[in-house]
Design a protein around this ligand. Structure first.
Ligand code: DAH
Length: 366
């Protein structure tokens, strides 16, 4: 009797002192395990007389229950303390600044191309594309630049050593104008397209890179004249530069694929030592800068593309996309466009959320 009471007190005291889950488990094995001291007591019941068993069994059972309860209670306490300790150390300070996460941006060339597509879509133009690896028929011949034409040399072409199945020399297209031919051949007339894309010339300095971007415009329909060309370019440039005071000057020029050909200048004004587009190009402190080439599509080009020039006329224009971006967003070195310098991209790049729309502004910058 006294033995059981002592065993109980000792067991409960040791359980109470168990410092962690491992120590507690060792005690459980010591008392209640197969070879445990209380399990051994249970086994003695079998050897007792019925009377003795009747009086001893409840006491041993009670001891077993007390020890089991004490183990369970101590386990709860130890687990609870461990959880408290973990919660105390695993804190998250929500007032800390968010860590820097690398984030891509939309290159100004892509942004400007999206702006162009948006502006011209509003005028009923769709976007056409052509291959960057062209043949010399589409790039030159069909654009009225014969084999001996001096303009071919001006283009400083990157040629491939091979010819295609029709014996045409392959090259990296030197301008987006071959898309004019491809569109007419594929779609017939009428046509209203712009064709933005990469072009290549063997040329390199601060304002020339071996690869750059152009956008071509082409309208083919009936009764098209220079007035349509001027209105279209004026409407486009006002929307693109987001200014109503953009003025244009059309100068006679020469391109083999247009007749007549016009070079288009845009007026600028001096604002605190900076040239800002807009204003009257002829006034003091104002001037003109050459922006793009255009003209009425040469009848020979329309014929080359398989259409009847007596029935169909049109105008075309070509302009440097990189140059448009520089004029609008203020970069001064074209080479930086293609360096992939993260600092430049962070500064001049656009958020993907800056989708150009005519309603929100084609140049909206967050
Ligand atoms: N293809 C010319 C170039 O790359 C630009 C150009 C001039 C395109 C006049 C045209 C045009 O469509 O009509 O220099």
């Amino acid at each position: 009797m006294t033995d059981l009471a002592t065993m109980r007190d000792t067991a409960l005291a040791r359980i109470e002192e168990a410092g962690d889950a491992a120590a507690l488990e060792a005690l459980r094995v010591e008392f209640l395990g197969k070879q445990g001291s209380i399990s051994a007591l249970m086994k003695t019941l079998g050897k007792m007389s019925p009377e003795e068993r009747q009086s001893e069994a409840p006491k041993i059972q009670a001891l077993r229950t007390d020890v089991a309860d004490a183990l369970a209670a101590r386990k709860d306490a130890i687990d609870g303390a461990a959880l408290e300790a973990r919660l105390a150390t695993e804190t998250l300070d929500l007032t800390l600044p968010a860590p820097h996460a690398p984030r891509g941006s939309v290159h100004p060339v892509s942004q400007v191309m999206d702006e162009l597509a948006e502006i011209f879509a509003d005028l009923g133009f769709s976007v056409a594309t052509g291959p960057e690896i062209e043949d010399d028929w589409h790039n030159f011949t069909a654009l009225n630049m014969a084999e001996t034409h001096p303009a071919r040399a001006m283009h400083d072409t990157f040629y491939f050593p091979d010819v295609d199945s029709e014996g045409r020399r392959m090259l990296l297209r030197t301008h987006t104008s071959p898309v004019q031919i491809r569109s007419m051949v594929q779609q017939g007339a009428p046509i209203r397209i712009i064709a933005p894309g990469r072009v290549y010339r063997s040329d390199s300095d601060a304002t020339h890179t071996p690869m750059f971007h152009q956008v071509e415009g082409l309208v083919i329909d009936k009764g098209i004249h220079l007035g349509h060309l001027k209105w279209t370019l004026e409407t486009f440039l006002k929307a693109f530069f987001e200014r109503d005071d953009i003025v244009l000057r059309l100068r006679p020029s020469y391109f083999p694929f247009t007749e007549p050909s016009v070079e288009v200048d845009v007026g600028w004004q001096d604002v605190g030592g900076r040239r800002v587009l807009g204003g009257d190009g002829d006034a003091p402190g104002h001037g003109w800068m050459e922006l793009l080439g255009s003209g009425m599509v040469n009848a020979r080009v329309i014929e080359f593309a398989g259409l009847d020039p007596k029935e169909w006329q049109g105008f075309a224009f070509g302009v440097g996309v990189d140059r448009l971006a520089m004029l609008k967003y203020g970069m001064d070195d074209l080479r930086a466009f293609f360096d992939g310098d993260q600092r430049w991209l962070d500064h001049y790049g656009f958020s993907p959320f800056d989708q150009p729309t005519l309603s929100a502004g084609v140049g909206a910058k967050a």
